[in-house]
Design a binder for this molecule. Sequence first.
Ligand code: C2E
Ligand code: MG
Ligand code: MG
Length: 613
Amino acid sequence: MIPTQIRDQVSDKCTEGLVLALACDDDGAIMELKWCNKAFTKITGYAQAEVIGQRGTILIGHEMEQGKHLHIIEKLMNWEQFTVKVQNNGKDGGLYWQQMTWVPLSNADNGSRWWLCSIVRLMDEPRAVPSQDPTKVKAPSIELIQELNQQIQSLEKENTQLHALARSATRESNEDALTGLSNRRHFEVEFRSWVAAMKDGGPSFAVIYIDVDRFKTVNDTLGHDAGDSLLNSVAETLRDLTDETDLVARIGGDEFVILKPLGDSALNISGLADEIVQRTQIPFGFEDKTVTVSASVGVAITDAKMDNPEQVVADADTALYHAKTHGKGRWSFFTEEMHANLIATKRLSSDLLLACERGEFVPFFQPVIDVATGKISSAEVLVRWAHPVRGLLAPVEFLDAAADIGVLRRIDEIVFSKLCDALADLDQSGFSIPSVAVNTSAERLTDSLLIHDIQRSGIDPGRLTIEILESVFIERMTDAFRWTLDQLDELGVTIAIDDFGTGHASIQGLLQIKPSILKIDRQFVQPAVEDKTSEALVGSIISIGTSLGMRIVAEGIETEEHALVLNAMGCDYLQGYHFGKPMRAEELCVLLKENKGQFWKPQKPESLAYTRT
Ligand code: C2E
Ligand code: MG
Ligand code: MG
């Protein structure tokens, strides 16, 4: 803030005439003079009060030559700084010469645009005009008058053309070249003016944020022309569904926004959101190919009572994110709860980045039991986050967020490096575990560092199992993934398919991976004790696995009954809370010393007697 006293002195003592004028957003024209200094009142003869509220004519006089006038209009429209020498009329009507410098200013707070005009009064005319004896001045000839009229007419024509040109330039700079809708720049200007109008008693309005789902896939599979055509068809639909009074803009690659005044009921907004979702959910054909597309929509409403109505666009974006993460091809209305969730997600993401730097992830171990001996055959390594404030966190609390921000591979690296130390400690404790099974993300599996880390770790690869989620190997059969699998095979690392039964892996796929172990997900294991269908499902997983020469692990064994049933069904290994929850390496050490690795009393198959009702 400039101190008032200094500002007043600038106003009083500056020798140049200074004027501040509010400019029109569209074409830079002067809307209203808002301020002038003393020097300006001296130069023109107008009092300050007579200047404020006037339009620009007070600065450029009413008798200005056409050419100069056009030059000024052009510069104003192009919103560029310029200096010009022109004649102006003072308040008394007398003509004088002035040099004017026009400087464009803008107010980032509300988007308004301003001109600062500084004026120096010139004592002489800029060009010396030969002095004439007034008595010798002749009346102009008819030819001269005709010539002047012609000149005026041609200047008028030029003036009209210039204005048309300026209008089309403004339109182009506001328009998205592909769809013809408003572009981001125009949207921002309009949005500010909708908010300003609302604060002045105008209508509240809704912001409807639209994003085409899987647009990248269309671009990648059908090509950019198809992508453009899809965007045009979405634009057409939005045009079709909106009124003249709404604003429809394309503000990014596949992002559109609608501003719509609120009607008497919220139904006009929800109805519109609904229709957008319905009408964009159609098969989209390009040349001879067809893909099914959809769009997600986020809606937020603003009103003048809100502390910060400008926030509404971000709110609509939050609602859009919600719609995307809850299945796409749907719309969501912004709620405060979404906002709170978003803040929590953001906090979680930044905490995760910090946790990666600080290495806050710890390996926990859960015993896996050999049914033949009842002894520990291996331990599954399960990550825990030792959060400095929230304590120990299980993977369900952070793995999805870690995948979203791309740090899953880093977490796996940290867990693996800590595993090496823990395993060395376990080995020294007197009862070493035969092997460890490590969960490995898709990102880590396509990173050549994994092989390097295994080789450097000092862990005998024969003691190492890499668990790969069924969903991962179905989706990621890339060259990098195959390369990793070959390298692991060469090193002698065991491959296990985790959570088998949750995806749709084909036998062909299984044969390509050649896993030695299949782990049956606990969602099938636990009900297999009571439910015939689950029992049949588990039975067929076991028979597929064993016929392909794989060993079978049943996860989620919580009771002796689970253990007995799964043993009787033919599983080779059992894992679950019944034998031990995931624990720190030190706890596992203590347990192993106590039970000498014996976690279960194995049952001979013929002695297995369980009845089911
Ligand atoms: P998963 O690999 O299928 O691991 C088994 C999950 O089942 C573990 O959950 C384990 O604690 C839990 N579990 C074991 N026995 C029982 C039981 O008897 N009852 C019940 N209710 N649950 C049991 P956790 O530790 O929360 O891990 C969840 C998932 O997170 C894992 O499923 C795995 O997919 C993933 N994960 C864990 N650690 C890592 C890691 O270091 N890297 C990667 N990429 N993923 C990991
Ligand atoms: Mg696992
Ligand atoms: Mg599992």
